[in-house]
Write a protein that binds this ligand. Sequence first.
Ligand code: PAF
Length: 263
Amino acid sequence: MGLVPTMGYLHAGHLSLVEAARRDETFVVVSIFVNPTQFGPHEDYERYPRDTAGDLQRCEEAGVELVFMPAVTDMYPPDATTTVHVAGLTETLCGPCRPGHFDGVATVVTKLLNIVQPDRAYFGRKDAQQLAVIRRMTRDLNLPVEIVGCPLIREPDGLAMSSRNAMLSADERQRALSLYRSLCQARERIQSGERNAAAVIEQMRRIVAAADPARSDYISVVDPDTMQPVERIERPVLVALAVCFGSTRLIDNMLVDPGGQNA
Ligand code: PAF
């Protein structure tokens, strides 16, 4: 059995996880649960897009065997007091910007894995830090599940697919292309020999700033295993950023091998 955990408003990125699961498994479960504990008090839990009928139809068309769609009260009894905290990996990138976020993710994923008991669970690499946190958590807690990381899926113009893209105005969506543009520039620069992470970040910062974002939470070059900042780029690095357009926060990333060829 394979589990694809989601918060719904399913798009082609989610469906690629379902496809990966269908290649491996005979029984595919999709969970749809907008998890309140991974949103901060001033974040977009209420605004997060929801489309139950559309999601169920997409799951049926994709050949999903079972959709698990619990209510908040099913997942969190009012007197629940246990959370799962993964230290270290959660202290960079999205961790400091979204206090409590990864505790909410780790706790809900543990619960979903315990309830569904899949052999494998599928997560997208767009949430690279989340994937690292979930891998570490399942290893540390000996959870009997294999975590499968799947490729980040982009729109034809490069925007990373995300349910939050639906919250962007047409103008914000256009400006949001700066995330992908900055990542491509970073890759080109690193693969042309730049080894100084600060120089790569500065160039990305200029590209993103030109698109006039409401806020830029971080632009970082980190070790893909530890999520710790890298100064000299000698090995493959994860280039990652989180930027807000209007009140919509977008994340994106690219794994860049300094020894790779420039396309
Ligand atoms: O990536 C998501 O959609 C969520 O963080 C997850 C893994 C379903 C947990 O709520």
